[in-house]
Design a protein around this ligand. Structure first.
Ligand SMILES: Cc1cc2nc3c(=O)[nH]c(=O)nc-3n(C[C@H](O)[C@H](O)[C@H](O)COP(=O)(O)O)c2cc1C
Length: 310
């Protein structure tokens, strides 16, 4: 790699060896998997979202793969906050020796529950807490996600910020009319960073059987199909807030990562590409990003950030 180039990234004062990170819900279910992804070259790793009590998730099928990405309705299957804290504690020590930060992901049905889960997970000393206020697949149980409403999103952020002392990332939904308004509301409520985006609400129908393919009927779309939606959301958030943004959605190569950063992302989350091609994508994507930077004479990822906002 060109020695003149630095991929090192500073996210809320935490050093990432490179700007690519594992998005929540993909391979983030055990300490061994999180370590494997870190060793494969991720600049940070996000664990699966955890709720207060264990959740079995939705019945199968929960994930379908199609030409342009995935449609999933996993339904936030997780072992519950206490067990998750154990996984995070295990992962933390392994990741610290690799210099790869750990992001814990929090889910709750109320702002009090978010705060409760955040406190339990914070005891495992992750580098960040990410608030998943944007899962589109549990609406039958929990109603509209908090990310659908600026005030509700701000209330959850405030409740968590009041009880933990670790940088808080708030993960936003693309399934809203004005994502910039939600970004502004969580920034005012004390969010340290924003992650954009969670999946886009979608559906697939088996026309031979004349019924929805997913047992849950609706699911979250991810992968290359949503990249333009994600780039637009990051672009709009960057223009609205001054806290850092983690750009997520459809990134599968180095040019996608550069595009996300030019829209305004400080770091780039990768989910479906890892699900479909394994953790090896991290080394490939950072290599492609470095090659692009050499070709275009960018010396640091910082120089690319927001470059499309001229
Ligand atoms: C199978 C699957 C499970 C997911 N589970 C979570 C989750 O638990 N928490 C969360 O915040 N996002 C979850 N997501 C959303 C991803 O973190 C990411 O925001 C989304 O997939 C867009 O990125 P991508 O196009 O790179 O996959 C999940 C996505 C997939 C495909």
């Amino acid at each position: 790699m060109n020695p003149e180039i630095t991929l090192e990234t500073n996210l809320c004062g935490v050093r990432l060896p490179n700007p690519t990170l594992l998005a929540s819900g993909i391979l983030g279910t055990s300490a061994a998997l999180l370590e494997r992804v870190a060793r494969a070259g991720a600049g940070a790793v996000t664990a699966k979202s955890a709720s207060l009590e264990p959740r079995a998730g939705h019945p199968n099928p929960t994930v379908i793969s199609w030409e342009a990405g995935l449609l999933n309705a996993v339904g936030l299957a997780n072992p519950g906050a206490t067990a998750q804290a154990g996984i995070l504690r295990d992962a933390r020590s392994k990741l610290a020796t690799l210099g790869v930060p750990l992001i814990a992901s929090v889910f709750g049905g109320t702002s009090e529950e978010f705060a409760g889960v955040a406190q339990v997970l914070a005891e495992a000393e992750p580098d960040f807490l990410e608030l998943n206020i944007s899962c589109p697949n549990v609406g039958d149980e929990f109603g509209r996600p908090f990310a659908a409403d600026p005030q509700a999103a701000a209330e959850v952020t405030r409740a968590v910020k009041a009880v933990v002392d670790v940088p808080v990332i708030v993960k936003l939904s693309p399934n809203v009319a004005d994502i910039a308004g939600v970004a502004r509301a969580v920034e005012e409520a004390g969010a340290d960073a924003i992650a954009a985006i969670n999946t886009v609400r979608g559906m697939a129908i088996d026309v031979r059987a004349a019924r929805p393919v997913l047992a849950n009927r609706f699911g979250g779309l991810s992968g290359p199909a949503i990249k333009p939606v994600a780039v637009r959301c990051v672009f709009e958030c960057f223009a609205a807030v001054s806290i850092p943004i983690i750009g997520i959605g459809g990134v599968s190569n180095g040019l996608d990562a550069a595009e996300m950063m030019m829209a305004g992302a400080t770091a780039v989350g990768i989910g479906s590409a890892v699900y479909q091609n394994g953790p090896e994508v991290f080394a490939r994507i950072t290599h492609e990003l470095a090659t692009f930077m050499t070709e275009e004479s960018y010396r640091s990822v910082k120089e690319m950030r927001g470059a499309a906002h001229k």
